[in-house]
Design a protein around this ligand. Structure first.
Ligand SMILES: NC(=O)c1ccc[n+]([C@@H]2O[C@H](COP(=O)([O-])OP(=O)(O)OC[C@H]3O[C@@H](n4cnc5c(N)ncnc54)[C@H](OP(=O)(O)O)[C@@H]3O)[C@@H](O)[C@H]2O)c1
Length: 515
């Protein structure tokens, strides 16, 4: 009997961020392994013209929930959507709903956040810091609460190289920042943001660090744990391999590269690609929920959910596996290809961005304009390149995270729980995982037909040939212009041509003699 699954039986669980990437996998696993849980409260806001109920039924009727629908036929009754907006005071929850939440909740999983790296500091503080503070305040009024699990990120301290399982202080108290946001106007926030963020690369990581400080300061008598996942990728095993449904982080890069829009990124091939499958994160999260509630550790424990420490994979290997899946060539062949396709130095990337990203986009826009359609490619390309440039910080560095708590928890689980709630990434085969990931992006995210793979491969080959042709033409024009203007260039050119001619003449003469 699984102790973890049994623990969640009969419980009332509150989840924020339930409509997000992690949230959906969390609900799925909870309902599949503990179909006898009492209720899952999810805080949801209406969005894009969809009501709460429409959003919930979209989720539970999706492919991800296929297996749960079998084991938990009364799934819709188990999920109770509460209208809430985490940007509002008291989350704009009605009095009755608030009363129910306060009196019934046993476990809280706080997943909601803004994960946009370049979000405005005011908005990032509101969601990642102030909302966390408010939720902790709510939690402090819940008499039945057994555990509060806060999802942070392994990059909340990415300004450090080695990160321990502790909460590091930020120079300015989060409470002061929350207060200041009330009277600072946007111009002041913009001016002060770089000074506050100092060596944090973006508002996301900075506000997640502030969020952790808030958790520490407001924990009171609560039973709290923090989980810090690294870059969360598609499912590894459950409910099936390769499931993914958003364009964040590596997913967007896979789509852009797979569609032929992205030719090069600046990444260090040897830097550790600290990717962690979403089902691994959720298994750890559920195990932490159980451990925190049952064992009630004396202090807030932090769990790093990373792969680099256990089973490292670097960006070079990952890029080659992506290429191998795109082109259906063996990994070894992809590995022998010049790595420039996925990794390049600053100068080559600037060249690539200009010649193989921006210029073709502009030409395509001119074509759209000439054919009476609205040009859109340059705008799209600029957006893509801006997103990629924000990721560069993370794909050119490696970090070390200590994982004592995660290993301790692993050893606390029964063999059955280790199997059902597996978060041991030492067993992960990266090549197989990346292949499933890339195929999953095509199938579940882009919802494309898998029968179209040969066609997609041909499309990629065509785009690559256009790219080579474009480069050759560009080189010839540049060279022609240079020769026209510079005597030195002309001399070099004649020297190369005469050298080639002599070499060919010698080669022809020696093969005639041999004959
Ligand atoms: N994905 C990763 O690679 C990664 C890595 C490390 C840590 N994490 C952490 O994991 C957690 C979940 O991330 P994710 O990837 O699942 O993010 P996500 O897919 O962007 O989901 C964010 C969730 O927060 C909700 N939310 C945002 N603003 C809200 C508001 N004002 N009111 C109510 N709900 C709101 C969203 O609801 P809507 O659907 O209504 O927008 C959504 O459910 C976050 O704390 C993140 O920092 C993620």
């Amino acid at each position: 009997m699984s102790m973890i699954a049994a623990f969640y039986g009969g419980k009332s669980i509150l989840i924020t961020g339930a409509t997000g990437f992690l949230g959906k996998v969390l609900i799925e696993k909870l309902c599949r392994t503990s179909p006898d849980l009492k209720v899952i409260y999810i805080l949801v806001r209406p969005k894009a013209g969809h009501t709460l109920q429409q959003r919930v039924s979209q989720i539970i009727n999706s492919k991800l929930f296929e297996k749960v629908r079998e084991v938990c036929p009364n799934l819709p009754e188990k999920i109770r959507a509460i209208s809430a907006d985490l940007n509002q005071n008291d989350f704009a929850i009605s009095k009755e709903d608030m009363q129910e939440l306060l009196s019934c909740t046993n476990i809280i999983f706080h997943c909601a956040a803004t994960v946009r790296f370049d979000d405005h500091l005011r908005h990032a503080v509101q969601l990642n810091v102030t909302a966390t503070q408010q939720l902790l305040f709510m939690a402090s009024q819940m008499p039945q609460l057994e555990a509060f699990i806060h999802i942070s990120t392994a990059f909340s301290n990415c300004n450090l190289k080695h990160i321990d399982e502790v909460i590091y202080p930020c120079s300015v108290e989060p409470k002061k920042i929350i207060d200041s946001m009330e009277w600072w106007d946007d111009a002041i926030v913009d001016e002060i943001a770089p000074k506050l963020m100092r060596d944090w690369p973006n508002t996301y990581t900075y506000t997640k660090a502030l969020g952790e400080m808030v958790v520490q300061q407001e924990s009171g008598n609560l039973n709290i744990a923090i989980i810090r996942p690294s870059i969360v990728g598609a499912t590894w095993q459950e409910p099936f391999p390769g499931w993914v449904d958003n364009l964040n982080g590596p997913n967007g890069m896979i789509v852009a590269a797979g569609k032929g829009f992205l030719r090069a990124i600046r990444a260090s091939p040897l830097a550790v690609a600290d990717l962690i499958p979403v089902d691994t994160v959720i298994n750890l999260t559920l195990a932490v929920g159980w451990y925190t509630a049952v064992h009630r550790p004396k202090s807030t424990l932090i769990y790093h959910c990373t792969s680099g420490n256990f089973n490292p994979c670097n960006w070079g290997k990952m890029g080659c596996q992506v290429l191998s899946t795109f082109e259906k060539i063996p990994f070894e062949k992809a590995f022998r290809r010049p790595h420039a396709d996925f990794t390049a130095n600053t100068i080559t990337v600037h060249y690539w961005n200009a010649v193989s990203h921006r210029a073709p986009a502009m030409i395509y826009d001119i074509y759209l304009w000439l054919t009476g359609r609205k040009p859109r490619m340059t705008k799209l390309m600029n957006r893509l390149l801006r997103t990629i440039s924000m990721l560069e910080y993370f794909i050119n560095r490696s970090w070390e995270w200590s994982t004592y708590n995660t290993e301790m928890l692993m050893s606390e689980l029964s063999p059955e729980d280790q199997r059902i709630f597996n978060f041991d990434v030492r067993q992960l085969n990266w090549l197989e995982y990346i292949e499933n990931y890339v195929l999953g992006v095509k199938k579940y995210l882009l919802k494309e037909d898998m029968a179209g793979i040969p066609e997609a491969k041909q499309h990629l080959r065509r785009l690559r040939n256009i790219y080579y042709l474009f480069n050759t033409v560009f080189f010839l024009i540049a060279w022609r212009l240079l020769i026209a203007r510079s005597q030195i260039a002309r001399n070099v050119w004649f020297f190369i041509v005469s050298f080639c001619y002599k070499f060919l003449s010698y080669f022809r003469a020696s093969s005639t003699l041999k004959a």
